[in-house]
Design a protein around this ligand. Structure first.
Ligand SMILES: [Zn+2]
Length: 552
């Protein structure tokens, strides 16, 4: 220490003793950070137009149009100097996708009653087998939740191995004594149907039946029918991982009947399941189901690039899905020129274009970021977050070295806003970092407007969050700037009701990405700062994902 100080003193002495330099002082070195001026509206428009053009045919996974979009992304990354980070030195990480169609001859029966497919029950399988048969006791397990941080275990003391479990949807409501139980009125992941099936499989059940009610699901039975009776997409089950032979949804009426035949009252069981300390109840009835299905495999790539950091052992991962719904079949009564292409301009050519520019701003920064920056353009998001799920299972950098995930699914196409809405900001130390940056830029971090709808669980950041990675996903702003603010809010609503997931989600020259450009610069800068921290970000204590990984 002492020698260093002495050397510093000496060198400054030498500097002082030199005559003043004649030439102009060297320009100050550029501040470290992403090259934000690479993020320009004109380039963004170009990407969005290209990716949402008709010749991309709606970018469905494993179609020529989907592959064209993936090739475009790889070429763009290469031209910016972003390195490939996919399989075997390419930009592509190939994702296997299982397509399954369940035969309508499916039956689920108990002595004295057969529940009818579609009218009473719908089902699919967690396996790829052509035929799944499940027969056994039926155990009512309340909400089907095991949540140690809430001191809640709906499977307490039960052995459901090889049996059916009958499960309520949603999470238990808060009580007067515990207003924050399961995050109050916000939906936690424990309330999502995907969680229920995952937990039932972990518990060793052979089959699981979710009880549908319109109020608890927030949508009617017809939505369950139509969502689960067509072609279903999934990842192949991981080797050795538990899988359910039959995953079923049942109407409330059918469930009431099933429980009655098992010698119990569903109303009474439900009431008991609202209380901590509820114990699973084995019904006095056995159920049997046979499911036959046609399955096939397809492959579609995630496109992955990396800008290497000075420390390559840790990284920040950006995600943005490039897939959309492809083209719909012609229907009787269609006009000859009916638009059948799901262009997906907002959803999500816009986010993908935005992420390309963030990648460019990192690749052209005057110095390296402290940690590596990964850009993952996912496939099959619309089929159930499959590309992101696959990436989380097969990460190109160990998941416990991923400091954070920033997801871009749709950007602002209406004009400048004061707020930047970041889903998940209230869950982790990323929130305060974003707030500091927002303050510097005269902006605010907006909140999730609809926590009860569970949007945090519905895009590509979620599989990473589930693996313990603190995550943020940008969402629609609420506070537009300027005299047209109210009109812009209305336009935003109109998109949601008219164009969302429709062939009419097309690029419109009237759009303005001036607000999005500011948001993208913000996200690039935020990632840069996350990487410059000494410590990895963390979930807040008590958050559902806080213990998913041992934070180093
Ligand atoms: Zn989307």
């Amino acid at each position: 220490m002492r020698t260093l100080l002495a050397a510093l003193a000496l060198s400054s002495l030498i500097a002082c003793s030199q005559p003043p330099a004649a030439e102009a002082p060297a320009p100050a070195p550029a501040a470290a950070g992403p090259a934000e001026n690479e993020i320009q509206e004109a380039a963004l428009v170009q990407h969005v137009k290209t990716l949402s053009a008709d010749d991309m045919e709606g970018r469905a996974p494993a179609t020529p149009g989907g592959q064209r979009a993936a090739d475009y992304l790889a070429r763009q990354l290469e031209s910016m100097g972003v390195e490939p980070a996919g399989d075997n030195g390419t930009y592509f990480q190939q994702v296997p996708i299982v397509e399954a169609v369940v035969d309508r001859a499916f039956t689920l029966s108990v002595p004295g009653r057969t529940y009818r497919y579609l009218d009473d029950v719908v089902a699919f399988s967690g396996t790829e087998q052509a035929r799944a048969h499940v027969q056994g006791d039926v155990v009512f397990v309340g909400h089907g939740i095991v949540a140690p941080e809430q001191k809640w275990n709906d499977y307490a003391g039960a052995n459901v191995r090889g049996k059916w479990v009958l499960i309520m949807v949603n999470d238990p409501p808060a009580t007067a004594e515990e207003p924050d139980l399961f995050a109050g009125k916000a939906l936690t992941y424990y309330g999502r149907w995907t969680y229920k099936f995952e937990e039932a499989a972990r518990q060793g059940a052979a089959g699981a039946i979710l009880i549908h009610t319109d109020e608890s699901a927030t949508y009617p039975w017809q939505v369950v029918q139509s969502s689960w009776s067509g072609t279903q997409y999934s990842l192949p089950p991981a080797q050795g991982a538990p899988a359910l032979g039959v995953k079923a949804w049942m109407t409330n009426d059918a469930a009431v009947d099933l429980v009655r035949r098992g010698g119990q009252s569903l109303d009474k069981l439900r009431a008991a399941a609202l209380l901590r300390g509820f114990k699973p109840v084995t019904l006095d009835v056995r159920a049997a189901a046979t499911l036959q299905q046609r399955t096939s495999r397809k492959t579609s790539p995630n496109v992955i690039g990396v800008v290497r950091g000075s420390n390559e052992q840790q990284g920040v991962v950006f995600t943005s899905h490039y897939d959309h719904f492809g083209m719909r079949d012609a229907q009787p009564g269609d006009a000859p020129d009916a638009d059948r292409i799901f262009n997906g301009a907002v959803d999500n050519a816009s986010g993908v274009g935005g992420l390309l520019l963030i990648a460019q701003s990192m690749a052209r920064a005057s110095s390296r970021p402290a940690w590596s920056m990964y850009f993952v353009f996912t496939t099959a998001e619309e089929s159930g977050l499959l590309g992101a799920e696959y990436f989380a299972q097969h990460p190109v950098i160990p998941m416990d070295r991923v400091a954070a995930n920033i997801n871009v699914d749709g950007i602002n196409y209406l004009g400048p806003s004061r707020d930047i809405v970041l889903l998940g900001a209230d869950r982790s130390s990323l929130g305060p970092m974003a707030q500091t940056l927002a303050q510097e830029r005269n902006r605010v971090v907006g909140e999730d407007q609809y926590p009860e709808r569970g949007y945090f669980f519905r895009s590509d950041h979620f599989p990473l969050a589930k693996a313990g990675v603190p995550a943020l996903s940008i969402s629609s702003p609420r506070e537009f700037l300027g005299p047209n603010a109210e009109e812009l809010r209305k336009k935003q609503e109109a998109y949601n009701t008219t164009h969302y997931h429709q062939p009419s989600d097309e690029y419109d020259p009237a759009w303005s990405f001036s607000g999005a450009v500011e948001d993208l610069k913000f996200l690039a800068q935020l990632a840069w700062r996350i990487a410059a921290e000494q410590e990895m970000p963390r979930y807040n204590e008590g958050d559902q994902f806080a213990n998913a990984r041992a934070t180093p």
